[in-house]
Structures are given as C-alpha cells and as structure tokens.
Design a protein around this ligand. Structure first.
Ligand code: SAM
Length: 326
C-alpha cells in the first residue's frame, strides 16, 4: 500500500501512452504543438514492467490517456498486458472516441472495462471549432461502438465560456434522459502558455447547474452528495443517467485524491496542477532493479503535494494538458 505523508492511500495510476493526438482542442494544446520523438517515450516493455511494479505497490486502477491513447501503436496489446498484470483490477481509458469505431471491440476483448469519451458539444460546427478540425459524428460512432462492445461509458465535456456554456450543456444533459450514461462537466484548468485563455473561460459548477435546471427542471443530488471519483453527481428527474460535475478549480477535491500520473516520457507527476515530477525514465534505462524503482515511486508519492495552488495563482507552466493526460 502506497501512502503519502498526509495519509492518503494512492492506488490509481493515470498512464499517458503518447503526447500525440489526432485533435487539437483549444484548451488542451497550442495548434502548432510539437511532439516528442518515439524513442523518448516509454516503450511497450517498459510500460509493462512499470505497471507490474506499480501493481505490486498496491495500485489497482489504471487509466490510459494521452495525447490520444488510441493512436499509440499496439494499443490493444498494451491494454491486454496491463489487464493481465497481477493485482490490476480496473483498466479504463480516456479517449476522444474517434478510433473506437474499429477499436472498441478488440480493446474490450483485451480487458478494457470502461471508457470516458470526450465530447464537449453535440453541435457539429462548434465541435469543429473546439477541436480545431474534429467531426462530432465520428465521436458518436465511437460511443455506439463502445456501447456495443459492452464497455462502461462516461461522457466528458470541458466547458468553455462563450463556446459551449449554454444550450450545449443542456443538450448533453438531455442525453441522460434516455441513456444510462454519466455526462460529466469539467471546469477548464489553466496550464502553460494557454493559461490566460483558460482562466478567462472557467464556468463554475453553480452556473452550469442553474443553466440545466432552467431548461430541464430541478436536479436531485445523487449518492448523498458523496463524490464519485472526482465528480459530484446529480440527476434530472426520471433520467436513466446522471450528471457529474468535476469542479477542480472552484471546489477542489484534493483531500480525497488517490492518484498519481505517469507521463508518456516516463515522469511520475504527483499532482496534475503542480510542476513537480520524478524522473523514472533515466533509472529505468540505466538498469535500475525493481526494488530501486519501487523506492523511487514510494519516495515520490510520500512527497505528493497536498493540493493545487490555483487559489494562490500558482499555475503549472512546464507542460500543457495533452502532455500529462488529464
Ligand atoms: N485525448 C483524450 C481525450 O480527448 O479524452 C485523452 C487526453 S485529454 C488531455 C483528457 C481529458 O482532459 C479530456 O477529457 C479533455 O477534455 C480534458 N482536458 C484537456 N485540457 C483541459 C483543461 N485545460 N482543463 C480541463 N480539462 C481538460
């Protein structure tokens, strides 16, 4: 069991498989983003070894992210190896869904259990504007393929003021009337050189709930207000699904944080919104033993920061979101 110095049990690893993406969402990365050469990224065998080591330390939930995890070569094989590692209970993925049309079934057969699919609006023109070139119907094809493959589905929407903060929010909520999905509204977080735009665009949970209630009626609290992961859950009356609000900026959930992140270039990141990272790649490639790698992980986790510093205007500048994975 891996504990930090505040007594939090850290057992959830978010593993970025690549910094590359087949979209360029405006809040995630600059349009002219440059990507790392393949040799600087964790190779398949290195991922396999590190996952086993994390699992031996008590990590049981692994979420694959990116960049876009489905553009990584051998993704089905990577998922299979992670799912088979002793101690791994949950393998999930955060994806833009564009390639799920053909990958959902093989991924499910390899052991993937759940997908969080990013879809910020149902409006094709706005979707294109937010993602810089994406087609929303390709995401829908992915959502349907995921459902047919038996994967659990959550839909993630980052809300950006003056882009998708009004009728789009309601359209997304309406989906839960007929589908057992969780639609999650994510407050935009500031990173690197796109921070000014992001901070100006944050829409609070309260404002979002008011917009939805004005259109669809009062929302009921689900789970007595207890967090589901990082999301506070509500439900439209008689809906099959739920609405989740991930309000990292205005209502942080750092006290219950149980996660660590491993970037595609092999850095252990202790808090999404803090710059501090621990280099795992150099010792890994210099022949460190499993015990030495475990010591590095345990020491890093021990010093995990309590929480982010957005309230004090501390913004992480060393990476943008696509390099960490969310
Ligand atoms: N490409 C995949 C996807 O689109 O889901 C996985 C990587 S993406 C970085 C993971 C999640 O982070 C997505 O739901 C995305 O919308 C969200 N995200 C990206 N930039 C963000 C920001 N500045 N604030 C909050 N969420 C952000």
């Amino acid at each position: 069991m891996t504990l930090d110095r505040f007594g939090r049990h850290i057992n959830y690893l978010r593993l970025s498989l690549t910094d590359k993406c087949n979209l360029r969402c405006v809040y995630c990365m600059p349009e002219d983003m440059t990507f790392r050469p393949r040799s600087e990224l964790l190779q398949d065998d290195e991922i396999d070894r590190l996952v086993r080591i994390f699992a031996e330390l008590g990590f049981s939930k692994f979420r694959l992210t990116g960049g876009e995890p489905t553009v990584r070569a051998n993704i089905v094989d990577i998922v299979g190896r992670i799912a088979r590692a002793p101690g791994v209970k949950t393998v999930a993925m955060t994806t833009n869904g564009l390639l799920l049309d053909r990958l959902a079934r093989p991924l499910a057969e390899a052991g993937l259990q759940r997908v969080n699919i990013s879809i910020d609006t149902l409006n094709p023109e706005k979707f294109k504007k937010l993602t810089r070139w994406g087609e929303v119907e390709d995401v829908w094809a992915g959502v349907h393929a995921a459902g047919e493959a038996g994967l659990g589905i959550k839909l993630n929407a980052v809300i950006v003021r003056n882009y998708n903060d009004k009728e789009d929010v309601v359209d997304l909520a309406r989906l839960t009337l007929f589908q057992p999905w969780q639609v999650r509204y994510i407050e935009m977080m500031p990173f690197g050189d796109v921070a000014d735009f992001q901070q100006a665009g944050v829409v609070s949970e309260e404002e979002l709930r008011a917009t939805i209630e004005a259109a669809l009626g009062p929302l009921a609290v689900v789970n007595d207000g207890q967090l589901d992961g990082e999301a506070r859950l509500y439900q439209v009356q008689e809906a099959l699904g739920t609405l989740g609000f991930i309000s990292s900026v205005t209502q942080p959930f750092c006290a219950t944080c149980n996660r660590a992140r491993l970037t595609a270039d092999g850095r252990l990141r202790l808090c999404l919104l803090r710059e501090r990272e621990v280099d795992m790649m150099t010792p890994l490639r210099n022949g460190a033993s499993d015990r030495q790698l475990k010591d590095i992980i345990e020491e890093g986790i021990w010093w995990k920061p309590w929480g982010h510093g957005l309230a004090q205007d501390v913004i992480p500048l060393n990476r943008v979101m696509s390099e960490i994975g969310g």
